[in-house]
Design a protein around this ligand. Structure first.
Ligand code: ADP
Length: 555
């Protein structure tokens, strides 16, 4: 509060200068930023170009625009508008993409639900987010049916009855296409009166209690989408394959970025190499995104599913640290990897490992090691520091001092819905506290070493679980690895590794892997235990370290 008073007094004292007098903000020179304007433009510039492809169906930009207007109009006719929530439970199908435009065109807020969640979590989200309408794909009718049994509020249910999926039941009053038919394809919409108006609601995974509802605004969505287009080199020639779930930070805002560039969206219901490789070939895919697990799936796809790429495909990865061995294997297959880092709280990607020309001539090993760093801020993120969270003093840029990564700018969420305490906590001292521990290198690139809760402290020394995993991934027999702390009487904690071996890998023992780590790491960082088997994953494909920590106690 005292800070605000000071600003007001200062303003009162300042005389209006010549650049402020008679140079006012008005409709001609000031329009609230909204990603909805990308669609309006694309529809007028590329009306006949394929905007959305789904199986054998394809919509031009003129059709895509008309379908979104219909959706907005149908929602308005049901009295859905400003401050209302429309939830969608769907894989990457046209209806979910259209909801990214049609719902905010109606003035409402889109809540894309994570379809891998259980009924109880979905019920919590529908209740907490106050959804008025739920658009839901047949594939998830079981979960939704059970969730609706737990929800007290009344919702309008619309079914997505996609020909590309068999099974499931229809739960709602009508099918999505029939709902669109209720709407006017020429529905005249106005963008938000204020760019700070909410556009989307997304729930965090809630591994420690109830999920938090992250709220995005039109301005942040607009900026992050443009940041994406710039960071990932999207142009109107881009053909973007939807290997990243749209429910994950609105597809890291690529839902709007691809449209901003006038590219083509290729929908995909499932991350399956048997679908991905043929789609790349058939549609000439140029760009795609996915967590490192998506890359691992492609690298280890059975031979029958593989197609040799006849052009370079750009893949942006993030959401978890991509081991350099995985980057190298993707490059060998003909992909070019861009490394992004971000959180739900930052509209997805907030930093990237920006390419430097000086790296062009480096050998692959050195290059992928550089690329495995999380890098520098997005062009649309205002600032980033790696600092001691108690003193807020930035750590030295020496590649070894550990601090918390903090971000600020216009692509940081509005806050958590109905949770001012969590919002204050996340934004304390003017920065978004990411909870990620990083080092800052002399070239200003930062590198995540761990989530603060995942760091292993052994005999008073920090051990980055990512660093140990990085070494394990370089072992020729290892497909996936995760390292967590195991309580230890002598050292406090020791690293315990969980490993999945490659299919057909030569016999490899725990001792082999421990030796490999000791040969490639300081000895105290080598795991004391190695457990083989499949790794538990979260609904967004991340390895569930909290589950492994429990297992490690028994290892
Ligand atoms: P959740 O908390 O459910 O995992 P988010 O999708 O918001 O939800 O995850 C954000 C977190 O993912 C970050 O705080 C960070 O720990 C991790 N992360 C994201 N991108 C990267 C990356 N490129 N490298 C390492 N960790 C990453």
């Amino acid at each position: 509060m005292p800070q605000r008073r000071r600003i007001v007094t200062q303003r009162a004292r300042v005389r209006v200068n010549q650049y402020e007098r008679d140079l006012d903000r008005g409709p001609a020179n000031y329009v609230p930023l909204s990603p909805l304007s990308f669609l309006a433009r694309a529809a007028s510039v590329y009306p006949d170009k394929p905007a959305v492809i789904h199986g054998e169906r394809s919509f031009t930009y003129a059709e895509f625009d008309a379908r979104c207007r219909r959706l907005a109009s149908a929602l308005r006719r049901r009295r859905v508008g400003r401050g209302d929530t429309v939830a969608v439970m769907a894989p990457n199908v046209p209806a979910l993409l259209e909801a990214h435009y049609g719902v905010p065109m109606a003035g409402a807020v889109l809540n894309a639900l994570n379809y891998r969640l259980d009924a109880r979590s979905i019920a919590f989200m529908l209740e907490h987010g106050g959804a008025k309408v739920l658009i839901t794909d047949r594939e998830f009718s079981d979960t939704i049916d059970r969730a609706l049994g737990m929800v007290k509020r009344k919702l309008t249910i619309i079914d997505i009855d996609d020909a590309l999926h068999e099974g499931g039941t229809l739960l709602g009053e009508k099918d999505y296409e029939a709902f669109l038919a209720e709407g006017d394809p020429e529905h005249a919409w106005r963008g938000p009166a204020d760019e700070w108006q909410a556009i989307c609601l997304l729930y965090t995974s809630g591994t420690t209690g109830n999920p938090k509802g992250v709220v995005y605004d039109h301005r942040g969505a607009y900026l992050n989408a443009l940041g994406n287009a710039l960071a990932f080199g999207l142009t109107s020639r881009a053909v973007y394959l939807w290997t990243l779930p749209m429910f994950h930070c609105n597809g890291w805002t690529y839902t709007w970025a691809v449209t901003a560039a006038g590219g083509t969206h290729v929908c995909l219901r499932r991350v399956d190499p048997a679908l991905i490789f043929p789609a790349i070939r058939r549609h000439g895919v140029t760009h795609m995104c996915g967590a490192p697990i998506v890359m691992t799936t492609l690298i280890h796809a059975p031979d029958a599913a593989r197609v040799k790429l006849d052009h370079v495909v750009e893949i942006a990865t993030g959401g978890a640290a991509p081991p350099s061995a995985v980057i190298a294997a993707m490059e060998a297959m003909g992909f070019r990897v861009t490394h992004l880092y971000g959180l739900t709280e930052t509209y997805g990607p907030a930093t990237l490992c920006a390419w430097q020309q000086a790296w062009d001539g480096l050998d692959r090993g050195t290059r992928v090691e550089k690329m495995a760093r999380q890098g520098v801020r997005y062009p649309t993120l205002e600032d980033l520091i790696v600092a001691d969270p108690r003193t807020m003093k930035p750590v030295p840029r020496n590649g070894t001092a550990l601090g918390e990564l903090m971000l600020r700018g216009n692509t940081v969420m509005k806050g958590y819905l109905k949770n001012p305490r969590a919002t204050r906590e996340a934004f304390r001292r003017g920065w978004l506290h990411t909870g990620d521990l990083a080092v800052w290198h002399p070239d200003n690139y930062m590198e995540i070493k761990d989530r603060s809760k995942d760091i292993i402290i052994s005999g008073g020394e920090n051990i980055s679980s990512l660093e140990v995993e990085e070494v394990l991934y370089r072992h020729p027999a290892v497909m996936e690895a995760a390292v967590v702390a195991r309580p230890d009487l002598k050292w406090g904690e020791v690293p315990c590794a969980f490993v999945t071996l490659k299919p057909g890998a030569p016999p490899t023992t725990a001792e082999d892997l421990i030796r490999w780590c000791r040969d490639n790491l300081a000895h105290y960082k080598a795991p004391g235990h190695v457990v083989f088997g499949p790794l538990p994953k979260t609904s967004t494909g991340k390895i569930q370290k909290f589950v492994l920590r429990e297992r490690a106690k028994e290892a």
